[in-house]
Ligand binder design. Structure first.
Ligand code: BGP
Length: 485
């Protein structure tokens, strides 16, 4: 069995909108995540629903008008904007090699189309990324982790409008010039395959206003593919030798049975959910199955002269993905496609699921790594992995999250198997390394961290940080380069 390479980058990941808070400080504008409303009275079912509520215009208008922040958890997050030095000190204590977070567009350009950038925003990220380097950590920067300035939605329609590409490229150029020398790995988009069903990511496909919902989803995706290619070109121009990756949420999907029809259905579903996106970013062209897939979905998109040449000339240097679970092909894939909800599927009788129904499948990670590496022969990076759970803070300040140690141990073991299979794996950033607001269900109780934050989703609590049992386990894993698990 091979060992992890000495250069392996053990780390942790968060996202600005789920952690920073300070939603109206430092010159920041309002972004789409600031408007996502959470009602503590909602039961879990509704919270799951919340993940799939497409931002209707009423919700948008109401949220813009509302002021009671406690129902808007992304407005305060875990106050990382003010606590990042202490939090990074805890990460340094684990000897983390790399830290992944996202840059908040609305901190750099409050409205997205401003003539000049917000200097306070540039300063914040310079200080944050310098702090990482001072603590021995490389910087893994996500340029867009779903949220865009609300003004771009209201004025232009978000990613539905090709003009948004222009504003995005200006944003990329500004941050590359502002603090690009402090960034070691770039991701222009978080989970570009989720643009489809996360309305808060600036696609803002307002379902009650879309005459052709699915086509709009793929038109937004095309604009993001073009923006991704332009970002790669711009960063390579300004920062020669920089590493720019493409990222998807890896929805690893198994056939319902070994019946050939079910196997074929899964190939189609894997293309639709995953490979369509990585094929375009890594191979630089729409894949051969596009026409048939678009026909079956009744999708038509508009390209502009030169788009295809741009995609071909600007492909990614590495591929990253988030991996949490595996799923089984749904019997009604067409219905699922129409709903735009991908995190569904049939129960796998061989797997346990988390409280939120995500099926725990470490071997699925080895499968995904082999599939992705074999398809593209590009270096890979696991940009997110972890288990969301209701951790309990004991009287003595301890948190006994043996389920998280077991989850991480088994996934690290399968990563090592994949390295032995010959996969070129760059690193692993455990998701939500410090507890943050859940992106899909907007709650705090779905905790991922090895560092506990004493706060609930209305922002109440001491905000104190505590080391969970998994904290010392992960430190041991890092210090032994994945040998002492
Ligand atoms: C991914 C997002 C992250 C994170 C993660 C866990 O899709 O990139 O932002 O949220 O999912 O999901 P959740 O927070 O909904 O449990």
């Amino acid at each position: 069995m091979k060992k992890f390479p000495e250069s392996f980058l053990w780390g942790g990941a968060i996202a600005a909108s789920q952690a920073d808070g300070a939603w109206q400080e430092g010159g920041k504008g309002v972004d789409t995540q600031d408007l996502r409303y959470f009602d503590t009275k909602w039961d879990k079912t509704r919270r799951t629903e919340n993940r799939n509520i497409n931002m209707t215009s009423e919700i948008f208008t109401k949220a813009l008008a509302e002021k009671e922040d406690e129902h808007y958890p992304f407005r305060f997050g875990i106050d990382f904007y003010h606590t990042y030095k202490e939090d990074l000190a805890l990460m340094e204590e684990m000897n983390m090699k790399i830290f992944r977070t996202s840059i908040n567009w609305a901190r750099i350009f409050p409205n997205g189309d401003d003539a000049e950038p917000n200097e306070e925003g540039l300063r914040f990220y310079k200080d944050l990324f310098m702090e990482c380097h001072n603590r021995g950590m490389k910087v893994f920067a996500t340029i867009l982790h779903y949220n865009i300035p609300v003004h771009l939605v209201n004025e232009y329609g978000g990613w539905k409008n090709r003009k948004t590409i222009e504003f995005y490229v200006n944003y990329v150029e500004t941050i590359a010039k502002g603090f690009g020398n402090l960034v070691d790995y770039w991701l222009p988009f978080n989970e570009i395959n989720c643009s489809r069903f996360n309305p808060y990511n600036g696609c803002c496909i307002i379902k009650d206003q879309e005459k052709d919902y699915i086509s709009t989803i793929f038109q937004c995706a095309h604009h993001q593919f073009v923006a991704n290619a332009l970002a790669i070109r711009k960063i390579h121009e300004l920062l020669p030798g920089s590493k720019v990756g493409g990222m998807i949420a890896r929805f690893t999907t198994y056939p319902l049975t070994c019946k050939p029809e079910d196997v074929m259905e899964t190939i189609l579903e894997e293309n639709y959910k995953n490979y369509f996106y990585t094929d375009i970013m890594a191979r630089g062209k729409y894949p051969s199955y596009t026409d048939r897939m678009f026909d079956s979905l009744k999708v038509a998109i508009q390209k502009v002269e030169g788009d295809d040449e741009l995609l071909k000339a600007n492909t990614v240097d590495f591929l990253a993905f988030s991996y949490y679970m595996s799923m089984t092909t749904t019997t009604d894939v067409q219905q699922e496609k129409a709903s735009g909800n991908l995190v569904s599927g049939n129960k796998n009788p061989y797997l346990e699921a988390s409280e939120w129904g995500w099926q725990i499948d470490p071997i699925g990670l080895r499968i995904s790594l082999n599939q992705m590496y074999d398809r593209y022969q590009l270096p890979l990076f696991i940009a997110e992995n972890g288990i969301g759970a209701r951790d309990v803070l004991e009287e003595d300040g301890s948190i006994h999250d043996d389920y998280r140690i077991a989850y991480m141990r088994e996934h690290v073991k399968q990563m090592k198997e994949a390295v032995s299979d010959g996969v070129d794996l760059l690193g692993y950033t455990a998701w939500g390394i410090v507890d943050i607001i859940s992106c899909g269900t907007i709650e705090m109780s779905k905790r991922y961290g090895v560092i506990y934050v004493d706060q609930d989703e209305t922002g109440h609590g001491s905000k104190k940080r505590y080391k969970k049992d998994s904290f010392s386990w992960y430190k041991k894993c890092i210090d032994s380069n994945g040998e002492d698990l």
